[in-house]
Design a protein around this ligand. Structure first.
Ligand SMILES: [Zn+2]
Length: 271
């Protein structure tokens, strides 16, 4: 699944080619995505200029001179910039044809993605209005995490992956950040020390920023806008390294299942 760094990488990868360009046509080949594409979508966006491209959590927001497009890549979606006459493949569901003769093409084999249009402030859209803080924002800091964890017996990794606390910290990044902060994933959230909350928040920001710089991800079926697979572009310390020696202390990495997800940690480096 594209995680926050992949979505941010996509945003950076396509921004220059779409901002200040006008949508001359929208082609919808399949409108039954996770939510149906907004009725009248093509006529709403045709002739509109894209003023900016923002990201909130894993949503991309194309601000138009009238209204906005809200796009989510879902489980398997990707966006590519192509010459507009490029023949579509089976799962190419939506094209935004631009005045530059390029088209922005949305491909999504599993169709859990979404392409919506709103006339109103996209940040107030029902899907976005109640989202938790961004992990890379100042609002997400050690004090914020400590307050959220106070009195909680839930495992710290589960807390991090709770989208109501912070958005976009998926399984890979939660595992990697806990490793870097030296904290075992199963520890009760409320029992962490003040300095551990601060270390953990800073590790989360570093891991996400590194992933963005590395061009996204770790995801097998993710293709970035230039068509390059991003898999394993970031050096991972624990994720999917079960039984392999820790890159820091050589202790074999351990794996266990936590909340139906695999969790990885180093028994030597994490307390
Ligand atoms: Zn280690």
């Amino acid at each position: 699944m594209p995680e926050l760094p992949e979505v941010e990488t996509t945003r950076r990868g396509i921004a220059r080619a779409v901002v200040d360009h006008t949508i001359v046509a929208a082609v919808l080949r399949h409108s039954r995505l996770r939510w149906p594409i907004t009725r009248g979508f093509a006529s709403r966006v045709q002739g509109r200029t894209i003023r900016s491209l923002r990201r909130r959590a894993k949503y991309l927001i194309f601000d138009l001179d009238d209204g906005a497009i809200i796009l989510h890549l879902g489980m398997s979606g990707s966006l590519r910039l192509l010459a507009k006459e490029t023949p579509p493949l089976t799962h190419d569901h939506v094209d935004l044809v631009l005045d530059s003769q390029l088209c922005l093409r949305f491909n999504d084999p599993r169709r859990f993605g979404s392409v919506l249009w709103t006339a109103h402030d996209p940040l107030q859209h029902p899907l976005l209005a109640s989202l938790a803080p961004e992990p890379l924002s100042d609002e997400f800091n050690g004090e914020y995490l400590a307050k959220a964890a106070r009195g909680r017996r839930v495992a710290i990794k589960q807390l991090l992956m709770n989208g109501r606390l912070v958005v976009g910290v998926g399984n890979i990044y939660a595992s990697e950040a806990l490793f870097r902060a030296g904290i075992r994933p199963r520890r009760a959230a409320g029992r962490l020390r003040q300095e551990e909350f601060a270390a953990l928040v800073s590790a989360i920001k570093i891991v996400l920023e590194e992933a963005i710089r590395a061009g996204g991800t770790t995801l097998r079926d993710y293709v970035n806008p230039e068509g390059m697979p991003g898999y394993f572009s970031q050096k991972l310390f624990v994720y999917e390294r079960s039984g392999e020696p820790c890159r820091v202390c050589r202790t074999p990495i351990k794996q266990f299942v936590q909340g139906q997800r695999s969790t990885y940690f180093c028994p030597g480096c994490q307390k």
